[in-house]
Structures are given as C-alpha cells and as structure tokens.
Design a protein around this ligand. Sequence first.
Ligand code: BES
Ligand code: MN
Ligand code: ZN
Length: 481
Amino acid sequence: MTNPSYAFQTFDPGFTGTTPSAQCTPIYLLTADSITFEDEQFEAISLRAKNWIKASNFVGAGGATLLVPDDEGLLSCVVLGLGPAQIKDQDPLIVGVLPQTLPNGDYRIAYGENSVRDHGRDALAWALGSYRFDRYKKMATAHPKLRIDHGVANLEELLALARATAFGRDLISTPTNDMGPQQIAEAAQALAGTYDVPCRTIVGDDLLTENFPMIHAVGRASDQAPRLVDFSWGSKSNPKVTLVGKGVAFDTGGLDIKSAAGMLLMKKDMGGAANVLALASAIMATDLPVRLRVIIPCVENAISGSAFRPGDVLTSRSGRTVEIGNTDAEGRLILADALTLAGEDEPDLIVDMATLTGAARVALGTDIAGLFSNDDGFAAGLQAASLAEADPLWHMPLWQPYKKLLDSKIADINHIASGGYGGAITAALFLSTFVGAETKWAHIDLMAFNPTAKPGKPIGGETQGMRALYSHLKQLYAHGQ
Ligand code: BES
Ligand code: MN
Ligand code: ZN
C-alpha cells in the first residue's frame, strides 16, 4: 500500500498586519547588561516592569524570555534577552525563540529609536521559529502572532524563504512510511506542476534502459522502485543552474547494515533532495532570472536478495566502472549518475546537496554544512553569503592528493577511500570525478536535521545552505535587475 500523493502542507509564519499596534503586546529586546543597547526602550518600560525584571533575576542572557504582568496580573510586555551587547556577537535568529515560548496572542517588537537591528531578519527568525511539524498530532496548537509593519521591505521574498524552509522541513521530518522514493518524486512533480512545467520521471527498470545503472543498483532492493525526477523551469536565455539532491528515502546501510543508533534518523537521508526542492520553490516563487533544472534520484537503500553487494563492480552512466567498498556509501553512487546527467547539457553551474557523510558532521557539527567546489571564488562568495544570511556553510578542500585513496585494483575507481580518514573530502572527490573540469560545481554535505532546538530552528528536519544559495544566486544572476 502506498499513501496518497504529496500534498503541500500550509505554513503559517505567524504574522499579523491587521491588529493595531496599540493592541499588540510589546516585546523589548535587552542585552546581557540590560541597559546599554536599545536602552531608550528600557527607559520606556515602567518602573513596575523594571522591578519585575530585577526580581526575576533576568540578566538578558541570549534567548531568555520574561513575561511581565501589569497591576491586574495581565501580560503587559515581554522581555527577550539578546545576550552580548554587540549585535555581531548575538544569535542572528534569536527572535526565533519567541513563537515557541510566548502564549498565544498578538505582539510587536518595540525597537528603540536608535535600533540597528535588521527588522527583516527578526521577522524571518519569527517565521522560522513559528514552524511546527504537526502532521501526526491530533491537536494543532495556536501560534502567537507578530505584527509586521514598517521596516520590512522584502516581506514577500522573506515569506517565500520561510515557506520554502517549511516545505523542506516537512519533507525531511515526514517518516519514510509516508515519504518513500515514490512520495519524494511526487513532491517534486507537485512542485513542478505548481509552476506548470513538465516533469520527467524514470522509474524502475527504465533506469537501466535510460542508462542510470548505479541509481538502479542502489535502489532495486526496495519495494518502492528507484526513480529519477528531472524538471526545468524559467527562460532558456537565462543562466543555466542545475540542482541535484540526494534522495535516499531511508538508509539502512544496505548489506553493510547500520547499527540501530546509526539508522534511527535515516529518514532524513533525503535531506539533500528536500533542500533542492525547497530552494527550487524559492527560486520559482520569486522569479529569479535563472534557467533552473532540478534532478533528484530517489531510492531506498534497503536490504533484500536483490541488494547490491560489497565487492560488486558497477558500471556508471559515465561508462566508468566503480568498485563497491561499502554499501552504506550509497549516496555518492546515485549522485554520480545524476551529476553525469546534469553535465550533459553544459549548465553554467551545478550544485548538489546531500546528507553524504558522517565525517562532515564530525568535522563541522550539526549546525554548519560543508561546502566543496571546483571554483574557489564561487565557494568564497557562497560562504560569505551563508554567513550574512545566518545559514552557515564552510569551505572545505577538494584535496587532490587524496584522490589516490580511491584507487581500485579491479575497477576504474573505488567509491570509498582506503583508510577512512578525511571521509567528507574523499566523498566529495569521488563526486568531482563525475563532473567535467570546465563545469562550475559545488557540493554541499549537510546534516538536514536539528537534533536540539535553537532559536528559529525547532527540533527536526532542517534546510541548510538553502537561503545561502538563494542569496548568492540572486547576487550572481539578478544583479542590476
Ligand atoms: N547517509 C549517510 C551519511 C550520514 C550519516 C549523514 C549520519 C549524516 C549523519 C551515508 O550514506 C553514509 O552512510 N555514509 C558513510 C560512508 C562510509 C561507509 C564510507 C559514513 O559516513 O559513515
Ligand atoms: Mn549510507
Ligand atoms: Zn546515506
């Protein structure tokens, strides 16, 4: 039994533009020493409130919130701690703690007259923090609402990014029994349908006739046939940007089976696909002047008699043979065939996104995604954009001398490195051999999941690098428009 087609969930960013300002509970932002930054606001707070803040031992620690009552015990204002006095030292999404902590109601942020805060960033943080994955909850809880009035110039764009984030998070957090290879493909088809563009899907044994042998080999052991989704959008005269996402609906590890702990979260192994679809939705919603192509190989790395094996030698779409060192390194195999396809129409840029290695998580932790590129200038620009957007990526090296670790005795290449050190780099190097040297390419190795809650980042599926890429693509291609 398969579940019905993918239906877009509605996402409420938790904004109000209609409630009059005077009816909204003010939120005061205070730094750790409580009275330096934005201090004119602090002066605006009543003596009663100041006493309450003192009595509560509130010292403005980052993310600390305090509800301040009036004479009758009704909510008079909210105080949010920003942490350090310097804005550059604060969590840029700090306002994102509020939607999950405040009681239901209407709020406004009481910015000081000399405030240097980015109102758009605060609004985005609120929207990202308003997200809840409640698909499996009987009772959906009400959201507090933030009044958005002046000072947010690019509200539509910001909403598109918040919506895209929610879309990506929904896809990742949905468990595999409702988000198999078929439903990932349906989500992509539904997105293409929303923008009236045709979507090609190659399913099952057709992958063999269409020459995607490694996507087929990785996905053939599952009850849901492997498939490849491919759609394009936008004017053909615009720069061609091709996005490729790892869509492993679930990663058991294959015959090289994962441990229980290692397998627990593997519904998120389609996080690259989810990020690509989220980014595509933002690009199309805002009409970014690119010719977009989206390629998603969708498989389940399952175990059955037809599973591919350690020691097998696969012939890739490129014609090169690949020795299988470990069936748990499945992502790079499906990406290799997808990247070969991506290069065939010579795009200006290929970006792939993938939950590719545990090694990238060991190196960078769960908050920062690894960025690899055959173009250092592009990587530097993208990393800078990522930091500006509070969506951090860090440039890691495609260290050529490590390529020899991928040597195979019996095939053209092994897909895993001997020794096991530098696993994120060797995985990226493997991918790089399926991208033409003249094609600008970036690879993002991401976690796609928040194991703990942080401001604007609830526990669960997460987009990473999506807003960074959007911002950088806009900078590169929409400049002057
Ligand atoms: N999907 C995993 C990588 C992963 C694991 C990402 C945990 C994020 C968190 C990938 O398919 C995998 O299993 N990679 C192996 C590669 C190894 C067998 C060379 C890994 O990283 O251990
Ligand atoms: Mn794996
Ligand atoms: Zn995987």
